[in-house]
Write a protein that binds this ligand. Structure first.
Ligand SMILES: NC(=O)c1ccc[n+]([C@@H]2O[C@H](COP(=O)([O-])OP(=O)(O)OC[C@H]3O[C@@H](n4cnc5c(N)ncnc54)[C@H](OP(=O)(O)O)[C@@H]3O)[C@@H](O)[C@H]2O)c1
Length: 280
């Protein structure tokens, strides 16, 4: 079954379409001949979560949308903002909506509930930590510097490859069988941060250390980085609360959505090492 909601010539809006999952979703849809519209501050028309006047022009004339909230769906108030965008979409005939969410986060689960009650033809993709955080995000600088220091000890996380997330999202956007499904997606293996760094060190033949620091040391480090206060709060919550073992389990969302297993962290590491992004 394919997406029967509307004519296939209308574009699909990808909010965060230049980000870690959105970019991959846009690439896949384009390769399938599906027209896409990038929803971001650099898109045309521009879409900005902080300027509601930009929302309707971005939604105008699209048949479906993939929603990734920035900076993070776990930030207090994310629910109300995502809810407002969803309401506007449904009111304007864009009912087929896919939301990216996170695991074990109060605000994310609150946003999911509002999304499910919105009247949309919804799909939720609730993801574990992205593997690509090591290569396309703040942790890249630490990997390049040869030391990643976080207030996380032996807690394990099933890092997911964002290519798998993109495959699930594309399936959801183009096949009505995924309407009403919540896919909790993780990688196939639990790893500590030390395990993950050791794999990257081995693949790159570099000396990269993982160091467990105290929450106080972590907060002090963040304070020196001149980050916006909401990002500091988010990172503190994430590393000192969410990574407390509550997410130390595997989920079968990739298998359920795609009928295949998720990619292993080692595949991501080998592929990423070959791009040279971790070379100094
Ligand atoms: N990272 C993880 O491990 C993880 C795990 C589970 C769930 N998530 C969720 O994934 C979502 C994306 O997080 P991410 O860190 O991976 O980011 P990302 O997708 O890499 O985010 C960057 C994207 O957001 C756009 N953007 C930035 N500011 C914007 C604004 N004010 N208005 C509109 N678009 C804006 C950027 O484009 P422009 O710069 O062109 O605007 C870019 O397309 C979050 O909701 C997060 O909760 C993340």
């Amino acid at each position: 079954m394919t997406n029967s909601s509307t004519s296939s010539t209308k574009p699909i809006l990808i909010i965060g379409g230049t980000g870690k999952t959105g970019r991959r979703v846009a690439e896949r849809l384009t390769a399938q001949g599906v027209s896409v519209r990038i929803g971001s501050r650099s898109g045309t028309p521009s879409f900005d979560w902080e300027d509601r006047n930009t929302w309707l022009p971005a939604l105008d004339g699209v048949r479906a949308a993939y929603i990734t909230y920035y900076p993070d769906i776990a930030i207090p108030g994310a629910t109300e903002t995502v809810e407002a965008l969803t309401r506007l979409a449904v009111e304007n005939g864009v009912k087929r909506l896919v939301l990216l969410s996170g695991r074990g986060e109060h605000e994310a689960q609150r946003a999911e509930k509002a999304f499910q009650a919105s009247g949309a033809d919804w799909t939720i993709v609730r993801a574990s930590w992205f593997a690509q955080n090591f290569s396309e995000n703040v942790m890249l600088a630490s990997i390049l510097a040869g030391e990643l220091a976080l207030p996380v000890g032996d807690v394990r996380e099933p890092f997911i490859d964002t290519n798998d997330i993109a495959d699930v999202v594309v399936a959801a956007l183009t096949d009505d069988r995924h309407i009403g499904q919540l896919y909790e997606v993780t990688g196939p293996r639990l790893l500590t941060f030390a395990d993950a760094v050791a794999e990257i060190a081995s693949a790159t033949k570099r000396d990269i250390r993982y160091v467990t620091i105290t929450p106080e040391q972590f907060s002090q480090g963040l304070a020196q980085e001149q980050l916006p206060p909401e990002i500091v709060g988010l990172l503190n919550d994430l590393f000192t609360q969410v990574l407390d073992g509550r997410n130390e389990y595997l989920s079968d969302g990739v298998q359920r959505a795609l009928g295949r297993a998720p990619r292993d962290f080692s595949d991501y590491v080998q592929e990423t090492a070959a791009t040279g992004v971790w070379s100094v």
